[in-house]
Design a protein around this ligand. Structure first.
Ligand code: 5GP
Ligand code: MN
Length: 336
């Protein structure tokens, strides 16, 4: 594996580049991918962002979003782009198994693979790595890639800045998580200087709810929120039928788990959703409680200490019942 600085030379001449990220991309996944895209096209590279799945509408405003292709919607085109690429950038995920079928294609491609990520324990499939678990967002690392590694601060335009601002804003919970250091504020200041319209971006991402999304949130909080005071834990379980009943779209469930965590004294919050063929879990925690450990041990997942996720092939009731075993195991950490 080579230091990322070696990539500078490799990028001296025009290349065919694919950028990909994790399934159901969030603000950081799309912000870092499109931020990097808007930079690489300025450098004359033939660049394509391919997402493994679709992503929320509130991210579709980002500059050059119309150029993105979704793997599940354009399988053959995606396959050929990945196979013919000189370089594949993998952003905001740490293992090829995370991107399903695309993972095998990336592995088989002769392209140089570049990992830019801030998750724990990268698998190590890449040729070049820009990896820092202390980074607040992958967009933070893309900023450092452009400015520090490539030395291209003067290419940081409004399009790039708007995308990277979105990534940092969403992954830091609007600049409030502990990862939001002085350095992060300096980067954000520079992004605003480069043209990111911070007020507008907050509106585009956070004030673009459909009525059904808001009603669904109300349903979750009123009817579905279960609080277990003896474990300082709150759980929300959502079935397939409820997703249909409230016409829930991609991205509509984002942020719901944070409401459960916002209850005074709650240290662990879990959102359990019955998707088409799998049950998806989102866990959030406060302080040093390792939510990612639960995801790794019980739900084939992982992530950050305070924000992690996983899946289960069991029935949704069985997944909920699993917490009756898990919570006693972690009681001393949850009630201390
Ligand atoms: P979310 O709950 O927003 O879907 O995900 C929060 C974080 O958990 C993500 O940034 C990612 O680090 C991690 N994560 C979510 N789902 C999975 C998963 O299925 N596997 C792994 N390894 N990590 C996940
Ligand atoms: Mn991220």
């Amino acid at each position: 594996m080579l230091e990322i600085s070696h990539l500078k030379e490799f990028l001296d001449t025009p290349k065919r580049i694919v950028i990909t990220t994790h399934p159901k991309p969030d603000g950081d996944a799309m912000g870092s991918s499109l931020g990097l895209y808007n930079y690489l096209i300025q450098k004359g590279h033939q660049t394509q962002v391919i997402t493994p799945t679709d992503y929320p509408n509130f991210l579709h405003w980002m500059p050059n979003n119309s150029e993105v292709i979704v793997f599940t919607e354009e399988v053959e085109k995606s396959k050929s782009l990945v196979a013919q690429a000189d370089i594949i950038f993998c952003l905001d995920f740490n293992s090829l198994s995370r991107i399903y079928e695309m993972g095998d294609l990336v592995r088989e491609s002769n392209a140089k693979k570049v990992l830019i990520d801030h998750h724990l324990e990268p698998e190590g499939f890449e040729d070049f790595r820009l990896w820092n678990t202390g980074a607040c967002a992958t967009a933070h690392l893309v900023y450092e890639f452009i400015v520090d590694v490539m030395g291209d601060r003067e290419l940081l335009n409004k399009d790039i800045a708007s995308c990277l601002y979105t990534g940092i804003m969403t992954d830091t919970g609007s600049f409030r998580f502990r990862s939001t250091t002085e350095r992060v504020h300096q980067i954000v200041a520079d992004l605003i200087a480069a043209g990111a319209d911070n007020t507008l971006i907050h509106q585009l991402v956070y004030d673009d709810f459909s009525l059904s999304r808001l009603r669904f949130l109300g349903h979750c909080l009123l009817n579905k929120l279960e609080v277990l005071p003896e474990y300082n834990t709150a759980i929300i379980v959502i079935t397939k039928e409820e997703l249909e009943q409230f016409d829930v779209n991609t991205g509509d469930t984002e942020g719901i788990v944070n409401y459960a965590l916002s209850i005074s004294g709650i240290r662990l919050a879990a959102l359990i959703i019955e998707r088409q063929d799998v049950v998806k879990l989102s866990l959030r925690s406060t302080g040093d409680f390792p939510a990612n450990e639960i995801c790794k041990k019980y739900f084939s997942g992982g992530g950050h200490k305070n924000a992690s996720g996983g899946i289960s092939n069991e029935k949704i009731d069985a997944v909920r019942e699993k917490f009756n075993v898990i919570l006693p195991e972690y009681k001393s950490l949850l009630v201390k």
